[in-house]
Design a protein around this ligand. Structure first.
Ligand SMILES: *[C@@H]1O[C@H](CO)[C@@H](O)[C@H](O)[C@H]1NC(C)=O
Ligand SMILES: *[C@@H]1O[C@H](CO)[C@@H](O)[C@H](O)[C@H]1NC(C)=O
Ligand SMILES: *[C@@H]1O[C@H](CO)[C@@H](O)[C@H](O)[C@H]1NC(C)=O
Ligand SMILES: *[C@@H]1O[C@H](CO)[C@@H](O)[C@H](O)[C@H]1NC(C)=O
Ligand SMILES: *[C@@H]1O[C@H](CO)[C@@H](O)[C@H](O)[C@H]1NC(C)=O
Ligand SMILES: *[C@@H]1O[C@H](CO)[C@@H](O)[C@H](O)[C@H]1NC(C)=O
Ligand SMILES: *[C@@H]1O[C@H](CO)[C@@H](O)[C@H](O)[C@H]1NC(C)=O
Ligand SMILES: *[C@@H]1O[C@H](CO)[C@@H](O)[C@H](O)[C@H]1NC(C)=O
Length: 414
């Protein structure tokens, strides 16, 4: 019985083949549906047969069934230059190539051919369904907090044909070692560094990128530091301490501490101490907090200088040199003023001058003249005109005169 049934089946199959063979008409599409990326190029193919006494002549593709003869795709203006017909070399099949796909190309495409016998044509009824899709990165959960696991998916409206491999980009840069699974990108224990713009593409079509998806990782404050407004902290001055930190979401609470004082001193990003006193000296730090966590900054030392910053410090080299220079200049002025005075007094009897006036001159008046007279002769003039008198005049300046003069110079300095 079984054998008989099997024979019948074989006979039946043979008959079917014979019928098809006799009929001879066929169009077989290589795929039923294709999912392609917008902007890419697709090839839709089929093989066809016709009876031996026919020759397939006019071969074309169309995508709109009409009562009349459908429009050949090559003549469709919306496809313009984008379609190309490529017959198989052995004329057993035909390929429709569409370049620069767009959403409007999503449709079913049929192949039809006419033969050399007038009125004979054949159409593959099934057709190929083409879907054109764009890629889109989608976050599985958002927002994400540091330490969590995060998954992104490269979404498309249809499953891209050809078991594609997905490639991922962060801020436009190719991610070299991502943890992926088909169209998913997994990020384990995210940190703030994982924040960025993510996009994806299909390998082989890297130029067709998805839109970007922002990943913003929320993290507790980091890199918290205190900056001080001035380096010269002097009693009575004002100092502002500013706390800065990296945090997402931004810091919403600041607390200031002075290490010597247990209670929080102030809140707010900046802490100002006006009319500072030495009691305000100490180590200051801030504690920052957002909804994820908190962090303390390292402490900064605030030391209040007791004296004013200039007199409290050692005089610098420049100040010293300047002071000495002024002192010497004043001394010289004293000498020259004194000489001028002596010369004026001794002009009528130059021979007696030295002895007669010695000791009688009030040093204070000399000093007053020197300091207050604008047209005091300079050292050069004095020396030039009275060079022969210089030694004697010099010799006659008393110790008292010199000290007075020096004192005056010193006073002028302070
Ligand atoms: C797609 O079709 C719509 C409606 O006909 C048209 O507005 C749009 O410009 C077409 N897009 C392209 C890329 O041809
Ligand atoms: C069509 O072509 C075939 C094969 O060359 C030929 O045998 C047949 O006569 C042709 N038919 C017509 C109507 O030209
Ligand atoms: C893509 O394929 C997966 C499984 O292979 C299926 O679950 C999903 O529905 C498909 N998506 C579309 C848009 O066809
Ligand atoms: C993503 O972030 C960029 C800047 O980093 C911004 O310009 C853009 O608007 C953001 N996009 C979205 C969808 O949030
Ligand atoms: C903290 O500072 C370091 C070094 O300046 C920097 O590399 C890092 O990105 C910063 N962290 C954040 C969260 O900004
Ligand atoms: C600064 O403080 C001192 C004493 O602490 C006080 O005498 C002085 O008036 C204060 N100055 C100002 C401008 O508040
Ligand atoms: C703060 O404490 C340190 C040591 O604990 C002490 O040397 C310093 O004088 C204190 N400063 C103030 C302003 O109390
Ligand atoms: C910061 O300092 C304060 C006061 O010392 C302390 O209570 C708090 O726990 C510290 N916070 C962190 C995150 O270390």
């Amino acid at each position: 019985m079984a054998l008989r049934a099997a024979r019948k089946l074989v006979l039946f199959l043979w008959l079917v083949r014979v019928v098809v063979g006799q009929d001879g008409w066929s169009v077989t599409y290589t795929t039923q549906s294709v999912c392609a990326l917008k902007g890419s190029t697709v090839d839709l193919s089929c093989s066809y047969t016709c009876p031996k006494d026919h020759i397939a002549k006019k071969l074309f593709w169309f995508n709109k069934w009409t009562i009349n003869e459908p429009e050949d795709l090559i003549e469709d203006r919306t496809y313009a230059e984008r379609v190309k017909y490529i017959p198989f070399k052995d004329n057993s099949g035909h390929t429709l190539k569409i370049t620069d796909l767009n959403e409007n190309d999503s449709a079913t495409y049929w192949f039809r051919f006419w033969t050399n016998k007038t009125g004979w044509k054949y159409t593959g009824k099934q057709g190929v369904h083409l879907s054109v899709t764009e890629l889109q990165v989608e976050a599985i959960h958002a927002p994400v907090t540091e330490g969590q696991t995060f998954t992104l998916t490269c979404k498309s409206t249809c499953n891209v044909t050809g078991k594609p491999t997905y490639v991922w980009y962060k801020n436009g840069q190719h991610l070299t070692n991502p943890k992926t699974q088909t169209n998913y990108l997994h990020l384990d224990r995210v940190t703030s560094e994982d924040s960025g713009r993510y996009s994806c593409a299909v390998k082989g079509h890297e130029d067709i990128r998805s839109t970007e998806e922002n990943l913003t990782v929320r993290f507790r404050p980091k890199n918290t530091s205190v900056s001080v407004s001035t380096f010269e902290i002097v009693k009575g001055s004002s100092v502002t301490l500013t706390c800065s930190s990296d945090a997402n979401p931004p810091v919403d609470k600041y607390t200031w501490y002075n290490k010597n004082v247990t209670l929080p001193k102030a809140s707010g990003q900046s802490y100002s101490i006006t009319n500072i006193t030495s009691e305000d000296s100490g180590e200051y730090y801030c504690e920052v907090q957002n909804e994820i966590g908190s962090e303390n900054s390292t402490a900064v030392m605030v030391i209040v200088a007791v004296k004013s910053s200039i007199s409290g410090n050692q005089p610098s080299f420049v100040t010293t040199v300047a002071g000495v220079t002024v002192f010497v200049l004043v001394l010289i002025l004293c000498f020259s003023g004194f000489m001028w005075f002596r010369m004026k007094c001794s002009k009528p009897t130059p021979s007696k001058t030295n002895k007669a006036d010695s000791g009688q001159v009030d040093p204070n008046s000399i000093y007053a003249n020197v300091l207050h007279k604008d047209n005091t002769p300079t050292v050069a003039q004095t020396t030039a005109t009275n060079s022969e008198q210089w030694d004697s005049v010099y010799a006659n300046i008393s110790k008292e005169d010199l000290t007075t003069c020096a004192k005056a110079a010193a006073d002028a300095l302070t």
